[in-house]
Design a protein around this ligand. Sequence first.
Ligand code: TRH
Length: 363
Amino acid sequence: MAVMQPHWDIFCRVIDNYGDIGVCWRLARQLASEHHLRVRLWVDELPSLQPLCPALDLRALRQCREGVKIVLWNESAAVDGVADVIVEAFACELPAAYVQAMAESEIRPCWINLEYLTAEPWAESCHGLASPHPSLPLVKYFFFPGFSPATGGLLREAGLLARRNQEIAQKEMCGALEISLFCYDSAPLGEWLESLANSQQAVRCYVPPGKPLAAVSDHLGGTGPWQHGNLRLEPIDFLSQQDYDRLLWRCDINFVRGEDSFVRAQWAARPFVWQIYQQAENAHIVKLDAFLERYCADLAPDARAVLHAMFHAWNTGEGVGQAWAGFLAARQQIAAHNANWAKYLAQSDDLATALVKFCASKV
Ligand code: TRH
């Protein structure tokens, strides 16, 4: 007798940028391809998914892509059956009718609130906590991604690091220092671009569309490509998630932002600089420091100071020129550290596996 594949529903509301849908799309694909689950991804805005999934049909209310059923989550989306596991991404609030159907279903589904990534220690104590529904016989569990075995881990596809190593081994040298620049339009580019323009070595910087390109255009005018002293800046297309990984593996240094590209840069194990998503009252700086604390824990004080200076300069706009000079000089040491850091992170279960195990323990 054929065994029914468990059915998972992932709900995602796009707030801004590509982070929410980037995480959900990656998770959905991995659950379907590696864990053989029937996955539906409910998303309230198809255009934000399209750059990540170019084959998406913006007019289709339901469609199947890369093994995932994608449903446009709007007011009229019908609730046609409750899944075995429901992932509510980033507290996006499920439709009331769906929650009611969950409460009425014969076998209670497992309800997960997938949280944003943070290195703050409180995430470890909150990971896996149960939150009973105030009026319905339902329990929601908090699931925190993170950097330690006490959390739900990080998204990492099977064989990712082997594919990375293979690709890096085949890399053809281009002679220039290659940098990818995925940043917000608030990034403090001025001093940094001048440092690169004046560098001894030729620099080639790849600039994705949207905010990164807008930030560069603001400083240099026009739409590029630009040759600025020894620096060449090349606008590139928005890549699929797989091709974006390849770009990170190829580049000598990666500038990343938000959540998902930040994680991918850690798997790439190249030196990287993170622009964190800005929050009110500088809450993001607390998160930045919590990450630096973990990431730099095993480093000698001088290297720790270099990383601290560069990440802070990039996020506050102060002292970028000097911090960059220090970062560049410590590049080899940072690369070695990042290789160890990626190995350490890869000792924990990847997030999809951890989530599958967690849910299995709750039903
Ligand atoms: O787009 P982001 O700034 O997303 C942010 C953060 O996630 C933030 O925490 C969240 O609150 C906010 O959105 C709403 O950065 P992030 O997280 O790196 O997401 C970008 C996604 O786009 C990621 O999945 C990588 C992917 N990407 C590509 O697939 N191709 C590309 O060419 C590029 C540049 C990115």
